[in-house]
Design a protein around this ligand. Sequence first.
Ligand SMILES: *[C@@H]1O[C@H](CO)[C@@H](O)[C@H](O)[C@H]1NC(C)=O
Ligand SMILES: *[C@@H]1O[C@H](CO)[C@@H](O)[C@H](O)[C@H]1NC(C)=O
Ligand SMILES: *[C@@H]1O[C@H](CO)[C@@H](O)[C@H](O)[C@H]1NC(C)=O
Ligand SMILES: *[C@@H]1O[C@H](CO)[C@@H](O)[C@H](O)[C@H]1NC(C)=O
Ligand SMILES: *[C@@H]1O[C@H](CO)[C@@H](O)[C@H](O)[C@H]1NC(C)=O
Ligand SMILES: *[C@@H]1O[C@H](CO)[C@@H](O)[C@H](O)[C@H]1NC(C)=O
Ligand SMILES: *[C@@H]1O[C@H](CO)[C@@H](O)[C@H](O)[C@H]1NC(C)=O
Ligand SMILES: *[C@@H]1O[C@H](CO)[C@@H](O)[C@H](O)[C@H]1NC(C)=O
Length: 480
Amino acid sequence: MFQSIQFAILSLFVATTFAVETVVINGSDFVNSVTGNRLQILGVAYQPGGSSGYDPASGVDPLSDGSVCLRDAALMQRLGVNAIRVYNVDPDLNHDMCASIFNAVGIYMLIDVNSPLAGQSIDRSAPWDSYDSSYLNRTFAVVEAFKSYPNTLLFFAGNEVVNDLPTGGTVPPYMRAVTRDLKHYIAKHSTRSIPVGYSAADVRDVLLDTWNYLQCTTTGDDTDPSRVDLFALNSYSWCGDSTYQTSTYDVLTADFSNTSVPVFFSEYGCNQPSPRVFTEVPVLYGPLMTPVLSGGLVYEFTQETSNYGLVNVNSNGSAELLVDYDTLQKQFNTLNVTMLQGEKAANTTVVAPTCASSLIVNQGFANNFTIPAVPSGAQDLIDNGISPAPVGKLVTVTSTKVTQQVQQSNGQVMTGLAITPLADDESNNPSGASPSSSSTTTSSAPAATTSKKGGAGNVKSNWSVLLGVVSLSVLYTSFI
Ligand SMILES: *[C@@H]1O[C@H](CO)[C@@H](O)[C@H](O)[C@H]1NC(C)=O
Ligand SMILES: *[C@@H]1O[C@H](CO)[C@@H](O)[C@H](O)[C@H]1NC(C)=O
Ligand SMILES: *[C@@H]1O[C@H](CO)[C@@H](O)[C@H](O)[C@H]1NC(C)=O
Ligand SMILES: *[C@@H]1O[C@H](CO)[C@@H](O)[C@H](O)[C@H]1NC(C)=O
Ligand SMILES: *[C@@H]1O[C@H](CO)[C@@H](O)[C@H](O)[C@H]1NC(C)=O
Ligand SMILES: *[C@@H]1O[C@H](CO)[C@@H](O)[C@H](O)[C@H]1NC(C)=O
Ligand SMILES: *[C@@H]1O[C@H](CO)[C@@H](O)[C@H](O)[C@H]1NC(C)=O
Ligand SMILES: *[C@@H]1O[C@H](CO)[C@@H](O)[C@H](O)[C@H]1NC(C)=O
């Protein structure tokens, strides 16, 4: 009896989207808000079309076409990633299907609120000219569009805006101001707190001053709204078969060892020499670095002119895995997922340093912590919300099978490529799948033979499946 009721419940919900647990920050760790387990970011940058490919007039952005997202989510699930970073989104497009697909396979989204278009980011050469209410309206629109997806992990308020000493002298107060405005907007208009942070260029002259300028507190505690919730850097110092020392990863790890906020690589994966060997992966996710860093995102999923891709995508939708995909997958498969994702957050919380000019080392870098006031008109947006506000919500993912043709790096066509929806409380992990097998290990039904490493295809206990249904209905109600 129990079994048949259970079966009925399961079949009722089998096509429905389960949800990842939201992620919160505890000290310098990302943690699962329900289990309290630490989350290490195993990610890829996702910008099909390249950094210059964003064009609102085209009516598409990287998260607007469900069929493309399904193809890429299936390939990413197989690869073993649990997060994507998306740089340029159009807040007025519908992202429900893509967000729901990535959610279903346990992949979180790190969303930049800016775009390269005029008026849609802080201009590093004249930040005072670009920090206005129209610009903030755009950043708030991105928050509105993504705040309701449980797999939205964080927002980046800026990317590589400070990239040398001159910009270090002028831009940092504006980065704190944008951070403050976003955090106030989220506090007022989102039912959950979503972290806001900054993604830095790895320019060693200004890296640590930027980190300190943005992580410090002017209020004596962690609640200063202009303080970032996390700090990330785009790191390309490990090239080829390097080492912890040669790459200076050891220096970075030491430098950030007493960080008060999570630090991770918002991009990594130097592409010289090519093909890549990705030997930084076991080091980044090994015992030397995981106590300090929270993982990273490989640059980048699709092949673009800059030649960092893992997958070549054709305009007709077909795709070919590149040899770098296989190599990265092999490296991910060596990781101890239990160690990475199964442990409680570290029991050390570093109190944020107090903002003071003595915190800043380089002459010429901003050391005045008085930040710009909210621009004219923007306080009204923060108080009352933007209008019209885009609305995002999870939707049912009905089709799991990839329709486009995908070839492996050896030229063989992949058969049965599909996403495998995970249970409610799971994020994706390396599955142990072999890159060279001719048919894929992903299928639309949870595989009976699952890797000991967990993740994709894991069968949950009956209890957790039922609990999943309960929290799903809570979620469902809250989204109506
Ligand atoms: C604010 O953003 C919304 C959503 O993108 C847009 O429709 C509206 O026109 C914007 N308002 C202003 C004043 O820019
Ligand atoms: C799609 O485009 C690729 C590259 O141009 C080509 O090799 C392939 O045959 C095309 N596939 C289909 C189904 O048209
Ligand atoms: C993986 O990590 C867990 C937890 O730290 C540990 O108990 C286990 O022995 C590790 N497994 C391997 C194969 O190293
Ligand atoms: C955290 O550290 C304190 C002091 O060292 C210790 O008393 C406490 O048991 C630790 N808590 C956890 C959860 O490890
Ligand atoms: C943060 O981590 C500490 C130490 O492990 C733990 O005692 C505390 O409950 C955690 N808080 C949350 C919100 O997870
Ligand atoms: C971190 O360590 C540096 C020196 O290694 C020190 O100057 C700084 O105050 C420390 N920061 C915190 C937040 O403890
Ligand atoms: C810091 O900047 C503010 C605003 O620009 C200015 O009023 C103040 O005098 C500056 N403080 C110092 C010590 O330069
Ligand atoms: C669910 O429960 C049934 C009956 O107790 C049991 O036979 C089955 O193995 C369980 N399934 C899982 C996935 O634990």
